[in-house]
Design a protein around this ligand. Sequence first.
Ligand code: PGA
Length: 252
Amino acid sequence: MRKNIVAGNWKMNKNLQEGIALAKDLNAALTADKPNCDVIICTPFIHLASVVPAVDAAIIGVGAENCADKVSGAYTGEVSAEMVASTGAKYVILGHSERRAYYHETPEILKEKVQLALANGLTPIFCIGEVLEERQQGIQNQVVFDQIAGSLFDLSAEDFSKIVLAYEPVWAIGTGLTATPEQAEEIHAYIRSVIADKFGAEIAENTSILYGGSCKPSNAKELFANPNVDGGLIGGAALKVEDFKGIIDAFK
Ligand code: PGA
């Protein structure tokens, strides 16, 4: 059975002390009032080794926001999947639209990252989603199909079954614009059909597909109520315990 998941993406926010404090506060809040879904926080690399021991692994999983597309060696400034895993982190966001747009991550590069993440025991949270012009042209399904096919179709069914997908319409990220529950459900159902065609109905049924893009406590319940929306990838609202917990509580 697929899991319901609320994952936070801190992006480039919070210094180390602030990040540890946020993780501890979230841990306290969720220890006092246990979540009905899996909860993950994805933090900047430098926070990982401190945040992992600051939270109860039974309640909060920790992940990175990226990893290198190379195993190791002379790649100044890069952080490998093995290094991420060595902190105790269990997840890694890959293919976020900001990485695709600002750091020129192509489907081919992301394919390497996904394979290295899996080889090191990390669960990729693989992001897909169209930009506004593509939605206006009505080609969003083709865009997400190409993103999935370009990076994930080479995986074995067994490896694919370890992946979490996050549909994030780029026009909704950090803009305050949210996909309507109908728009989210429509494309999530399409994404699940793509997985079913390629990897089989059972794997498609068991894949968690998260929605991301201006998700907040006031709209999370409506979005997550859709049969094909299995939770959220949360940016801005993951930076405050009250907001993040409000979204987690949408599953109560
Ligand atoms: P947002 O970001 O919730 O701030 O829109 C979501 C994301 O980029 O993962």
